[in-house]
Design a binder for this molecule. Structure first.
Ligand SMILES: [Fe+2]
Ligand SMILES: [Fe+2]
Length: 140
């Protein structure tokens, strides 16, 4: 499977240490899945890693929403809607692991999941998280 690890780069840094640490941790969770996919890991392993990644993502989203709420960030509702949309996409992928019975189905689903994980986090940081940075910095 030609799915490569995602590499962290400083362009993803927001300069808010707690948030940057959580983003790096989520990136590692995505990479765990990508590596298991490349190694053709069994279905239980893949679904377990995905489940863990969703739990960590949900915890990060809640922490981020609380922080934005504390600072009365005007884009909070739209931001939360985007978090909910991403979690729903991840949950939909996870649910499909229950219906897989054939090896080729599993490889297709794994590839689809890895492609999703490769893009969603960095796209979200760039497009949705970055705009709150100057807002929080101005308040500081
Ligand atoms: Fe976010
Ligand atoms: Fe975030």
């Amino acid at each position: 499977m030609d799915i490569s690890r995602i590499e962290w780069s400083d362009e993803f840094k927001l300069g808010l240490p707690a948030i940057d640490a959580e983003h790096k941790d989520l990136l590692e969770a995505c990479n765990q899945f990508i590596e298991a996919a490349r190694a053709n890991a069994p279905i239980g392993t893949l679904a377990g890693i995905l489940e863990n990644m969703i739990l960590r993502t949900r915890a990060h989203f809640v922490a981020e929403e609380r922080m934005l709420d504390r600072h009365d960030y005007p884009g909070l509702l739209a931001h939360k809607a985007e978090h909910d949309r991403l979690l729903a996409q991840a949950e939909t992928l996870k649910a499909r692991y229950q219906d897989v019975s054939q090896e080729d189905e599993l490889r297709n689903l794994t590839g689809e999941t890895a492609t999703f994980l490769q893009t969603w986090l960095l796209d979200h940081i760039r497009t949705n998280d970055r705009p709150y940075r100057p807002y929080l910095m101005n308040l500081a």
